[in-house]
Design a binder for this molecule. Structure first.
Ligand code: GAP
Length: 471
């Protein structure tokens, strides 16, 4: 199993992801995408956008991050979007109480104390109030992982929304929040899109956008950050049809990850026992990260909780009238809610490999390779002149300029050809094109496949089509 540090180090070394404001020591829970990261991120979002909105029944939207503060009263986030927080008085370390308990359960499982682990797990499912979490921690003598003591404060609820002010006056009437989920931008636009499109229930609205959560503990690289991007879709349906649509979207979404290269054995469903305040059924799609299973996307049955609440708080009707059956109802919603950055990290982990190889009859060596789907790889093709003479650089440069009009391409003349391949393998470039002496004679090039490392000689004219077919 690869280590997360290996992925973090590759991501920094090759320009996928940097710590935010690194020159100032970094900002906890925030990350910047470098020259390759931004390309891969765009491709990932583009794949999702195409899968979700290039179909008859789903429209797109791009709502603003700042929304009317009543939105968050209606959605329940102001009252309920909080995590239980606890401090250790000796080490001054701060934890999410539920995470502290979960990590203790994992440790007990690893030590073979499965009965105790199950008992605490059951208590955790029942816990609702801060006092319930404290009781579990104190009753089970759960120690602070830093100091080892049981010197705990009370558990308090901590609202995760970032607060700011609109306009110059910093008073309570000017408070707005950075949205903690992009979904509410969809709900408040439900009527706008219904009335301005030709959609009828069932139909969906999809959005990709930033969300912000003042997480108590950020951890595991891009897994839990304070600023992140979501790709969310709300599918509006007739009440009573939610179980069928839930199953449909569960399958659609897990297949999306598989079609982009994730292996079946690294994906699983986790059914929620503890539900968010808006949901009556929820399943997570989990990926096997280097640190264990972790959620990458949630499928939630949100009933008509949000639309009814917005109807009540805004006084605007959120009903749908079926003009064929004359039925009138507030639609139910199945939500698919994926994290862009979490999936990005999952795709990197899924693609990473270290292999012993022998290429072109050369002696065997080790290569680091990202087996990324060509649809996600940040660089599609690299072009190399075999040597820097005999007309090869000129020919190669021409090919590179031409490829660059359609694909993200790179030109590399430095070092032995093997080293050039290694540099591209490490960033997941699916195709490398080499121009050699024969190229000058007959207008052909060799194209090497990253995964099989096989080379094919094809005519320079057919190169673009060859790549297009595979991307
Ligand atoms: N609208 C429903 C919603 O926001 P969620 O389970 O809280 O549900 C959905 O979040 C997805 O957003 C998660 O599966 C995860 O991929 C991503 N996500 C949530 N919090 C995150 C965080 N702090 N950092 C990175 N990604 C996060």
């Amino acid at each position: 199993m690869i280590k997360l540090d290996t992925i973090i180090s590759l991501a920094k070394r090759r320009g996928f992801v940097f710590q935010s404001s690194e020159i100032y020591g970094g900002l906890n829970g925030c990350w910047d995408y470098g020259q390759l990261g931004v390309e891969m991120l765009l491709r990932l979002k583009n794949q999702w956008w195409k899968a979700m909105t290039y179909r008859d029944d789903i429209e797109g939207v791009d709502a603003s991050i700042l929304m009317h503060p009543r939105t968050w009263e209606a959605s329940g986030h102001l009252a309920q979007f909080s995590d239980p927080m606890i401090d250790n008085k000796t080490s001054k370390a701060r934890f999410r109480a539920d995470n502290l308990i979960e990590e203790f359960i994992d440790r007990m499982k690893k030590k073979g104390k499965s009965q105790l682990a199950t008992e605490i797990e059951n208590q955790l499912v029942e816990a609702k109030q801060p006092a319930d979490y404290l009781k579990i921690i104190l009753d089970n003598l759960i120690p602070d992982p830093v100091s080892g003591t049981n010197d705990w404060t009370e558990v308090r609820n901590f609202n995760l929304m970032f607060k700011t002010f609109i306009g110059p006056a910093e008073d309570s009437s000017a408070v707005v929040y950075l949205r903690p989920e992009s979904a509410q931008g969809i709900f408040v636009n439900f009527k706008n899109i219904l009335e301005s499109s030709r959609q009828r229930v069932p139909f969906g609205i999809a959005q990709i956008g930033k969300a912000f959560r003042n997480e108590i503990n950020t951890k595991n690289f891009l897994f839990r950050t304070r600023e992140f991007e979501q790709m969310e879709m709300q599918y509006f349906i007739k009440p009573g049809s939610e179980l069928d649509w839930f199953e449909y979207w569960k399958e659609q979404r897990v297949n999306w990850y598989k079609n982009l290269g994730m292996k079946e054995e690294n994906l699983k469903f986790h059914v929620h026992e503890k539900l968010a305040h808006y949901a009556n059924h929820a399943v997570d799609i989990e990926f096997l990260f280097p640190f264990g299973w972790g959620e990458i996307e949630g499928i939630h049955s949100r009933t008509n909780f949000d639309l009814s609440a917005h109807q009540q708080f805004s006084g605007k009707k959120m009903e749908y009238v079926d003009n064929i059956t004359n039925e009138r109802y507030v639609p139910y919603v199945i939500e698919t809610s994926g994290g862009v950055s979490r999936s990005f990290m999952a795709f990197l982990c899924a693609a990473y490999d270290e292999e012993e190889i022998s290429e072109d009859g050369e002696k065997s060596e080790k290569r680091t390779v990202l087996h990324l789907s060509p649809k996600l790889a940040p660089m599609t093709v690299a072009v190399f002149p075999l040597v820097n003479k005999d007309g090869m650089p000129e020919f190669a440069e021409k090919i590179y300029q031409d490829l660059q009009t359609e694909f993200k391409a790179m030109y590399d003349t430095s070092g032995a050809i093997g080293r050039r391949y290694r540099r591209q393998d490490e960033i997941g470039t699916p195709f490398c094109v080499t121009i050699d002496g024969t190229s000058i004679e007959d207008d052909t090039v060799t194209i090497r496949d990253r995964d099989s490392m096989k080379q094919e000689r094809i005519s320079a004219d057919s190169l673009k089509n060859y790549i297009k077919l595979r991307v």
